[in-house]
Design a protein around this ligand. Structure first.
Ligand SMILES: Nc1ncnc2c1ncn2[C@@H]1O[C@H](COP(=O)(O)OP(=O)(O)OP(=O)(O)O)[C@@H](O)[C@H]1O
Length: 335
């Protein structure tokens, strides 16, 4: 994204062209013979302001024209309108027995964002994304997708959201083609539309050779791809993807990234979790770091990482690395 045009440095002095001619006392012709002396400041202090007259009227205002021009030249560029919130997460709490998984999580994701959620194992990412996508009920808090409350209007919300859950619970006794067809019709698409979209998705994800086979027989990466295709089939406005690149080979990951980038460029919103800091830093424009159920930082990717890499910032907030001590036995191999 290009930043706002900056005022050139040399415009600073020019912004007030009157100033070079303003020292009125120096140019006042009423005291032409009186040279400036060191006593002058004392005189000015002692003399009431009114006594400073007679002064010649201020110089003609001709210089004002360039001042106006300069002001016009340096006027700030219009600030872009803030984008509407695609996903609003407000004060989410979730506890599993004595484990607090989410401890008051609030995040706003603007429309058209590529939003990355990072956090250490057990931080609460899957819990949060499961609640966001309507798969898990929070203890308290609210999730709004394009002004639709996920828990008060679940049917409307589900039309707006496409979900790739973490622990994939797919109908894996279906073939890939059947699973996609089922996912499309479940979201209310007619048969002809589903058939045409299934073909497009199978080609886009490179699953041509696999769609006739049972999903149960897919590799981990293929399962991820068919699940992602199923999440896209009803062209949702918000995609919630838990670890979409896990187990996916680099070429497929690049293809998926391109599909998601085009989706975002056309106004869609992606919210994904990943442990790959490089990937998040490369493709996400907004980031949140969650640790122990609390969002420790969130904002644009540049704001969150500052002068560091995202990985350095993550390690800093997540508590740093542990020295590999206490595993000395690992270095003396068994017979
Ligand atoms: N169904 C559950 N029952 C009991 N505890 C759970 C359940 N689901 C999650 N938890 C606990 O809640 C906490 C957050 O888990 P969660 O799966 O959300 O973390 P995560 O950030 O997705 O971790 P990871 O990166 O390892 O996938 C963990 O302590 C986890 O053990």
């Amino acid at each position: 994204m290009s930043s706002l045009p900056e005022t050139p440095a040399e415009d600073g002095p020019r912004a007030n062209p009157v100033s070079p001619v303003e020292p009125v006392t120096e140019s006042a012709p009423s005291e032409p013979k009186k040279p400036a002396t060191p006593r002058a400041p004392r005189t000015r202090e002692a003399t009431p302001r009114t006594a400073a007259k007679p002064r010649t009227p201020a110089k003609p205002r001709a210089p004002r024209a360039p001042r106006a021009k300069a002001a016009q030249k340096t006027a700030p560029a219009p600030v872009p309108e803030p984008k509407p919130t695609a996903l609003g997460i407000r004060q989410l709490y979730k506890r599993f027995g004595s484990t607090i998984a989410l401890d008051g999580v609030s995040i706003d994701v603007p429309e058209g964002s590529f939003f990355g959620l990072v956090g250490p194992n057990g931080a609460g990412k899957t819990t949060m994304l499961s609640i966001v996508s309507g798969l898990l009920r929070p203890d308290s808090g609210e999730v709004v997708v394009h002004d639709v409350d996920v828990w008060k209007q679940p049917e409307r919300a589900k039309h707006l959201i496409g979900v790739l859950p973490d622990r994939l619970r797919l109908f894996d006794r279906l073939t890939g083609a059947q699973l996609l067809y089922y996912s499309g019709t479940l979201r209310g698409l007619d048969g002809a539309t589903v058939t045409s979209r299934v073909n497009d998705l199978v080609e886009a994800f490179g699953l041509e050779g696999a769609v006739g086979r049972l999903v149960a027989d897919y590799s981990a990466g293929m399962t991820k791809k068919i699940a992602l295709a199923a999440a896209l089939i009803h062209s949702p406005r918000v995609l919630v993807l838990d670890e979409p690149f896990e187990s996916v080979d680099p070429v497929s990951a690049a293809n998926i990234t391109e599909i998601l980038q085009k989706y975002v460029a056309s106004g869609g919103t992606v919210v994904l979790s990943s442990h790959s800091m490089d990937l998040i830093q490369r493709i996400c424009d907004r980031v949140a770091i969650i640790v122990a159920g609390v969002v420790l930082d969130s904002g644009t990717a540049d704001e969150v990482r500052g002068q560091k890499t995202l990985e350095e910032r993550f390690v800093e907030l997540a508590g740093g690395r542990k020295a590999a001590e206490g595993l000395e036995w690992l270095h003396s191999f068994s017979e």
